[in-house]
Design a protein around this ligand. Structure first.
Ligand code: FES
Length: 104
């Protein structure tokens, strides 16, 4: 069953990415324009932190270790050496608070 979890206040969000952790799983929350997106922070190829990568082509994150790209909006792997996606999470904002929908 999924539930909405309070991740952080929008006021505490600076830059374009922030990492939160739930059950020892780091989740990267990206801000693109006025919208937030959340994906697993750990690259599906070899465990680099995607939040330390570079945002390219408006909605892609490039892994800092070997350069695989992922769609920030969906987690889909877009280039080698990553061959599987990273998990993405629904995000909503209410009253200045960013929530993630996580499986229990
Ligand atoms: S660890 Fe990300 S592409 Fe290799």
């Amino acid at each position: 069953m999924a539930k909405w979890i309070e991740a952080l206040n929008e006021a505490d969000f600076s830059g374009s990415v922030k990492v939160v952790e739930y059950d020892y799983v780091p989740i990267a929350i990206f801000k693109l324009g006025d919208h937030y997106y959340a994906i697993d922070d750990t690259c599906s190829h070899d465990e680099a932190s995607l939040s330390e990568g570079e945002i390219v082509e408006e909605c892609q994150i490039e892994c800092p270790m070997h350069g695989a790209r992922f769609d920030i909006k969906t987690g889909k792997n877009l280039s080698f050496p990553a061959v599987v996606p990273v998990k993405s999470y629904p995000v909503k904002v209410e009253n200045g608070v960013i929530y993630l929908e996580l499986e229990e």
